[in-house]
Ligand binder design. Structure first.
Ligand SMILES: O=C(O)CCC(=O)C(=O)O
Ligand SMILES: [Fe+2]
Length: 429
């Protein structure tokens, strides 16, 4: 078979010829073809040119590249301006992206516009917005909100959203927000099996904390409810360890497992000598760090809730990591603060890892507790519940007493989501 390179690719040659005249639509199509072929640097400039000629699709794509630093240097302020232009030009997904930016509260305030933009994106049937809305109503009390959740999951699933289909199947199987419908659940699971999507572990959360938005009329968006204070029990004052029960809903736990599973890798660390990844015995689990490029509104809303429960801003958070331990796997005693050299390499202005919040995502059959030997605290995993602890002393120095471990899982599997929160802002937005 002849080898097609970027130089000889006939589709690209035709698109290049068409774009030579500088027409915005032709520039846009060439850029899109280059992104698919993993040449974002060349695409970046083409999108920029088309965007400057008023092409809303190019404005949207160039804005995303500027926000995330793909194909060129990150420039969040310019990315925001460009996304606002795309929204004014009527691009369907721009409002959704602006709502997602608003959750960080840095480039845009977390205000009523977040909810207005999400409402518009749901009305336009944009699947990631529909899924986020389903999770939002699924947390809230009342039959109307619960029915809305199921309807929205179904709507997203019908539009090809595999994650929504996984969530819907488990709700139907367990009869959450509806009568149990085992036959419908099995049919959906069989369809997912045919597409190679594995089943989620069964996740039940008995008591999610009541939401400040429960009092609102059903179906009203109030994403800022993630900022409401979560009630916590302090387990140790020095080192500081607290437990937060019912932080995430069952849908939110399922979302994290479903989003992370395709990206799981054996947990690695970086060899300080060679800079290459090495397998380490300190952590024998598998993990997935959620790349901001793949992050969506629902995942950010969950992280907003986690950061807020830890008393910190979401933008201080590193990328959320989801861990899976199988029987025998563990995270040996360690501390989460990082040595000075590692801070230098990764956002030194953000400082060290001040605090950690871990949420347990499923029921572990046996084992898998989180242990703090100095504090004399041992926490059994319960889905939706979290442990929050400080890694630094009040003056910012590392606290060796923050030593902790994920004890070996004895039976079943353990899924956990960890957000390491730095002293200062880590993320651009
Ligand atoms: O698995 C656990 O219980 C602890 C996880 C942990 O220490 C971490 O993610 O930093
Ligand atoms: Fe840890």
């Amino acid at each position: 078979m002849p080898i097609t390179t970027i130089a000889s690719d006939p589709v690209l040659s035709n698109l290049r010829a068409a774009a030579a005249g500088g027409a915005p639509q032709a520039l846009f199509e060439l850029a899109a073809a280059l992104v698919v072929r993993r040449h974002p640097e060349e695409a970046f400039d083409l999108y920029r040119r088309a965007a400057e000629s008023g092409h809303s699709g190019a404005q949207f794509e160039h804005a995303r590249m500027l926000l995330l630093g793909v194909g060129g240097d990150a420039d969040p302020a310019r990315g925001l301006d460009r996304m606002l232009s795309a929204e004014r030009a009527g691009h369907a997904a721009a409002g959704y992206q602006l709502a997602l930016i608003g959750l960080g509260g840095v480039l845009l305030p977390l205000d009523a516009q977040v909810n207005q933009r999400m409402l518009a994106a749901v009305q336009a049937n944009y699947p990631p917005a529909v899924r986020a809305a389903a999770l939002h109503f699924g947390r809230r009390a009342g039959d109307t909100n619960q029915t809305l959740c199921l309807q929205l999951l179904e709507r997203a699933a019908q539009r090809g959203d595999v994650t929504a289909a996984q969530l819907l199947a488990q709700r139907l199987a367990l009869g959450e927000g509806c009568q149990a419908q085992p036959a419908a659940a099995d049919e959906l699971l069989a369809q997912l099996d045919r597409h190679g999507v594995p089943r989620l572990p069964m996740i039940r959360v008995d008591r999610a904390q009541p939401s400040a938005s429960d009092a609102l009329p059903p179906g009203t968006f109030a994403f800022e409810d993630a900022l409401q204070p979560a009630s916590a029990s302090v387990l140790s004052r020095q080192p500081r360890v607290a437990r937060v029960d019912g932080l995430l809903s069952a849908d939110e736990c399922r979302l994290l497992v479903a989003s992370a599973r395709p990206q799981l890798r054996r947990s690695n660390a970086v060899d300080p000598e060679s800079g290459l990844p090495i397998e380490v015995e300190v952590r024998t689990s598998s993990d997935a760090s959620l790349d901001p490029v793949l992050e969506d509104f629902a995942l950010r809303a969950v992280q907003l809730r986690m950061a807020s429960a830890a008393g910190m801003a979401m933008v201080n958070g590193e990328h959320l990591t989801v861990l899976r331990y199988e029987p025998g796997q563990q995270y040996r005693p360690h501390r989460d603060y990082v040595p000075p050299g590692a801070i230098e390499r990764d956002q030194p202005q953000a400082g060290n890892r001040q605090r950690t919040i871990c949420v347990y995502l499923n029921d572990v059959e046996a084992g898998g507790e989180t242990e703090f030997p100095v504090a004399g605290v041992r926490i059994a995993p319960r889905p939706g519940s979290a442990v929050v602890f400080d890694n630094l002393l009040a003056d910012g120095r590392p606290d060796p007493d923050s030593l902790h471990a994920g004890l070996p899982v004895l039976a079943g599997e353990k899924w956990l989501a960890t957000l390491w929160l730095r002293q200062r802002r880590y993320r651009g937005f």
